[in-house]
Design a protein around this ligand. Structure first.
Ligand code: MTE
Ligand code: MO
Length: 164
């Protein structure tokens, strides 16, 4: 009896772990959005894509390809472009990663009406998917002195309204 019970517990654990292991990677877009999104790798591949350069700590440049964050925010129904004005300039994007790392942007930092720098959610570099530890999705923020906001293993993009 005991052996059977142990066997069942091990079986349950194994199936549970297997289900977790097979969960499809995705980025959730939520918060102050009219259309919450769950973006899977195939969704990103079908969206408008661009390539930007990221300098590492040593100053070496590497090219990353993916979808402009502005494009993602537009699909989620976030105020962008002409509607990014007035009180909407108090909105922010919080990017959360699998390891708990978080970085913040004001929406204006991500908008082509305000800046020529194009922040992307990258899923490939040099024609290859990003390596496990850095992917599958990485925010790439060009033009900064440190790569610290180029957060890897992104899982969530949360739009909020800053209040004091
Ligand atoms: N998820 C996550 N992203 C992260 C970090 C982190 O700890 N976790 N560190 C940041 C910092 S401080 C740096 S310098 C760069 C390093 O990126 P690289 O290892 O690709 O050069 O990743 C950034 N992105
Ligand atoms: Mo860093």
């Amino acid at each position: 009896m005991l052996i059977i019970r142990h066997f069942l517990i091990v079986l349950l654990l194994a199936t549970g772990l297997n289900a977790v292991g097979q969960q499809k990677p995705a980025v959730k877009v939520s918060g102050e959005v009219t259309h919450p999104l769950t973006l899977y790798p195939e969704n990103l591949r079908q969206m408008k894509r661009t390539t930007v350069a990221l300098k590492d700590h040593e100053g070496n440049e590497r090219a990353y390809t993916g979808v402009p964050v502005q494009e993602i925010l537009e699909q989620a129904g976030v105020t962008t472009g002409k509607t990014l004005k007035g009180k909407n300039l108090r909105k922010y994007l919080l990017v959360r990663c699998a390891d708990g790392y978080e970085v913040l942007f004001s929406l204006a930092e991500l908008d082509s009406a305000f800046t020529d720098k194009v922040v992307i959610l990258a899923d490939e570099s040099g024609g290859q998917p990003l390596p496990a530890g850095k992917g599958p999705f990485r925010l790439v923020v060009p033009g900064e002195k440190k790569p610290a906001r180029s957060s890897f293993q992104v899982t969530d993009m949360i739009v909020g309204f800053a209040r004091d």
